[in-house]
Design a protein around this ligand. Sequence first.
Ligand code: NAD
Length: 246
Amino acid sequence: MEGVAVVTGGASGIGAACCRALAAEGMRVAVLDLGDRAGAVAAEVGGRPYSADVSDEAALSACAETIEAEMGPVTVLVNNAGVLQPPLRPAALPMALWDEVVRVDQRGVWLGCVLFGRRMVERRRGSIVNIASIVSLRAVPLHAYGPAKAAVAAMTANLAAEWGPAGVRVNAVSPGFVETPALRTEVDAGRRDLSLIAGTKALGRTVRMEEVAQAVAFLAGDRASAITGVNLPVDCGWLAANGWAA
Ligand code: NAD
């Protein structure tokens, strides 16, 4: 694969693994994250660090402009930046948390798609991979995160239909439970139990970040040239085994 790939939330976890996988396939990677977080991963993969809040339209638009001016046309976008939430009953979910999750996980993905995708449409070349979640496909007690991720899956299909005629593909990857810093925080705070998670899944383990990144790199590149509008689970069989126990 050649060209420029942008990975939002690329400083940590699944995003950092995506940066490594895309760089290993020959792409030049723009690592986009909050503040100065992107520097270390950008240096590691020989890419460039960029700073923007994905939910801030003006900041992300300016960042897209700068990336293309400094690195050239973006051919791959991975909308990965996101925040998790703990399981909570509906009445116990503060609206401030609901707003925060929807702001980053839904609005941020939409803005990424539109601000980078419109440039791809003009050039009639590009591929977008949105990071959703297994919770986009199954009812769970995550009443902000689940609907936000279902919206990501819906946006993916809608934009795939909209932009297919312009040669721009849009797909989603839905990871199962991946031991990233974000999930580790939930486990350490006692809000999730990984042994319960492992017990409910067909392969009986959590997903590795690199396994998500391999699926992202596949969908991003020409090996997936006939695939658009899909939401691919990478979940060690969690959906097949149908478990919500954590
Ligand atoms: P993580 O916290 O390790 O990494 C997320 C990165 O996104 C961080 O570097 C953070 O600084 C950045 N970020 C957060 N808000 C941002 C914003 N407004 N603008 C720019 N960057 C921002 O998390 P992770 O577990 O690697 O999650 C990555 C993605 O994968 C998220 O979309 C998450 O919902 C999804 N996901 C994670 C799991 C899991 O089990 N860890 C499962 C399914 C889906």
